[in-house]
Design a protein around this ligand. Structure first.
Ligand code: MG
Length: 393
């Protein structure tokens, strides 16, 4: 069966969630990503007017939804971010090449998109576009085969996916049944020694409340440099941080090597801002980090992440997808692949008191129960969407 149409739209996923009766992230007791009023540090924190507010400088483009329709009218749906440029890349550049190709030929489609993007770079914006199309194609493939995507990937590999939560509402996360929590770091080099002391105070107080039986991780969202990362890790060593994540600007490959050299005892993770398999190969080859964290919605879709899992497995590294439990794409990948050991639930998790089932954006998405997740076994990614739903977005 051939691809009849590839079409992308700009959609506000937060509004979708509200329209389908779900909770908005801002409902409840304030944003879960602020610690004593401070938002996470960022690469722009060195400029006073942007310090403490990612939204002051982040791109305002909404989400990308891509629909791939087969000749018989069956459709698959993929999502990504940065709709402004990404929708244009899909509709203007990829769609004309893919329409008329075989629906089942995901390898060829991935290869064609990577190659046709080379004149402007296949990493970054183009890999967001590749992701949306690739996810839609895998959804379509599952629907045509009438099998869940995790089976097409050779799974299930595990009975259920153990999950951790990212944010500061750790007491609520533990109540929800999560056994591990990742804290965003509000301090960076611009905060100097005082910031290091406050970071230690923050981690000490959380560790004090959770006790020793909960894994704690720290997400630094590209905000640090080599020296600050080393000083931070040394200050936090008594609190047994499970891993430190995303501590440098993503292109600083030699910086990652230097942190690795200076912190041989600290588990390190990164990759949510790395795109397409090649970067992960270079990182795996040099063992720059212990855990690779591609985002299936950004790094090139299922086809890219499967390659990343294989190379991680060969190198003896773990893969834990960025936001992998936030959507059915990451859920199916994590269920199928041996290299993936845990699932991250981020995006605010849910405000205290609001059940996780109320935060679903895409109908049919499986929900974490008691800290574990089992994906939907419905065809494709199990999304419960019909033509009327598509009309409504
Ligand atoms: Mg992160």
């Amino acid at each position: 069966m051939k691809i009849k149409e590839v079409k992308a739209f700009e959609v506000d996923v937060g509004q979708l969630r509200a329209r389908h009766g779900g909770a908005r992230r801002d409902r409840g007791q304030g944003p879960s990503y602020a610690w004593e009023g401070l938002e996470p540090a960022s690469p722009m924190a060195r400029y006073q007017e942007y310090k403490g507010s990612r939204s002051a400088w982040s791109a305002t483009w909404k989400s990308t939804v891509c629909v791939v329709t087969a000749e018989d009218g069956t459709f698959g749906l993929g999502i990504s971010g940065l709709a402004g440029p990404v929708v244009r890349i899909i509709n203007d550049h990829f769609a004309p090449h893919l329409e008329g190709e075989e629906c089942m030929a995901t390898e060829k489609a991935f290869d064609m998109m990577a190659r046709t993007a080379t004149p402007f770079g296949s990493h970054g914006l183009a890999s967001f576009a590749i992701s949306a199309v690739d996810l839609a194609l895998w959804d379509l493939k599952g629907k045509i085969e009438e099998r869940p995507v995790y089976e097409l990937l050779g799974g299930p590999q595990k009975e259920r996916i153990p999950c951790y939560a990212t944010g500061f509402d750790y007491e609520w996360y533990l109540e929800l049944g999560f056994g591990a929590v990742k804290l965003p770091l509000p301090y960076g080099p611009v905060d100097g020694a005082e910031g290091l002391a406050k970071a230690e105070e923050m981690v000490a107080s959380v560790r004090d409340r959770t006790g020793p039986g909960v894994d704690l991780m720290l997400d630094c969202w590209m905000a640090l440099d080599v020296d600050y990362t080393v000083r931070l890790a040394e200050a936090l060593r008594p609190y047994r941080i499970r891993w430190i994540e995303d501590f440098l600007m993503p292109e600083e490959m030699d910086g990652f090597a230097e942190v690795r050299r200076r912190l041989p005892w600290q588990t390190l993770a990164t990759g949510e801002h790395w795109y397409m398999p090649q970067t992960f190969w270079h990182a795996a080859k040099r063992r720059l980090v212990d855990i690779l964290q591609p985002d299936p919605l950004w790094a090139g879709g299922i086809s890219a992440c499967v390659r990343i899992c294989y190379l991680a497995e060969a190198a003896g590294l773990e893969v834990i997808l960025h936001g992998g439990m936030n959507n059915p794409y990451g859920q199916h990948l994590s269920f199928a692949m041996p290299a993936i050991t845990w699932g991250e639930r981020s995006g605010g998790v849910s405000p205290p008191g609001v059940p996780l089932s109320e935060t679903v954006s895409l109908p049919g998405t499986a929900v974490i129960e008691d800290g574990f997740l089992v994906p939907s076994d419905a065809p494709g990614f199990g999304l419960e969407l019909d033509a009327a739903w598509l009309e409504s977005i």
